[in-house]
Design a protein around this ligand. Structure first.
Ligand code: PCA
Length: 160
């Protein structure tokens, strides 16, 4: 694979989660699993919006060392993930240090929300996301969304 970058996924892109196929069933780009790990810094990971979307909020120091998976991806796959995450309009992405479970560490891209309503910090902070977790907040996939005119996820999260 030429032209590769590392991405750390903590939400619906993880194996077994609702958007993993976005990566695994797309032939035009490549990805390979590197390992599991945790963010070196603590971050608030919350589930929010009417579609129960997981978000890491850009407030390092709050919350937990978030668990996730590291993938090596090419630039076509990076573009593909950016499309899903609506980068840079909704999620931004930043390089952050990840401690891998094998004891090594790597700087990886992570999708993160920079602009958000203050009261999202009142939500429970998760450490290891699963759409089917005991929180009961099952993720609503894009294709299943009702997309009413009066509701915008971005405005909801950003508090516009
Ligand atoms: N997808 C990205 C960010 C949040 C989400 O659901 C991920 O899994 O890391």
């Amino acid at each position: 694979m030429s032209d590769t970058q590392l991405v750390f996924v903590y939400g619906t892109l993880k194996k077994g989660e609702p958007n993993h196929e976005w990566m695994s069933e797309w032939e035009a780009g490549s990805f390979s699993f590197v390992g599991c790990g945790k963010t070196a810094l603590k971050f608030p990971l919350v589930i929010a919006s009417r579609y129960n979307i997981p978000f890491v909020l850009d407030r390092p120091g709050l919350g937990h060392n978030v668990a996730g998976e590291i993938y090596k991806i090419d630039s076509a796959m990076m573009n593909r993930l950016d499309e899903l995450e609506d980068y840079p309009i909704f999620y931004n992405r930043k390089q952050t240090l990840i401690h891998l479970n094998d004891g090594t560490e790597q700087m990886c891209w992570m999708y993160i929300i920079e602009k958000f309503r203050d009261d999202l910090l009142q939500l429970p902070f998760l450490e290891d996301y699963s759409a089917q977790g005991t929180h009961g907040l099952v993720y609503c996939e894009r294709l299943m969304r009702d997309n009413p005119q009066e509701y915008s996820v971005i405005n909801d999260i950003q508090g516009n």
